[in-house]
Design a protein around this ligand. Sequence first.
Ligand code: HEC
Length: 98
Amino acid sequence: MRLLPPLLGGAFLAWAAILPAQAQAPLAAQGCLGCHGPQGAGIGSVPGLAGRDQAELVAQMRAFRANERPGTIMGRIARGYTDAEIIATAAYFAQKPR
Ligand code: HEC
């Protein structure tokens, strides 16, 4: 029984450490789902994001934001996201099944 409190403390610390990363990505990714599909799988002519390489998604978002890649809407959307949000969002879609 003497072992229980340290064990619980360790479990809490582990939970607290992963929580921000998990909570932030879906939140920043919410705004993408309407166009890119509920699972980021793509709808119609809007390309899918699920299962894509994280670094590639980040590079595309930065290119849209910097106006280096032309697009109909993504340039304006990408400018609303910080680098940290872009990285978290890309991580979220990268770990989704394609
Ligand atoms: C209003 C609809 C809309 C929203 C919201 C939206 N996208 Fe897009 N996205 C598009 C369209 C349309 C394209 C095709 C390029 C263009 O026309 O701008 C695209 C293209 C992309 C591409 C390039 C994919 C490829 O295959 O080249 C990426 C990456 C991307 N979007 C990421 C995101 C992320 C991340 C979000 C949320 C932060 C998001 N998009 C939100 C409509 C949207």
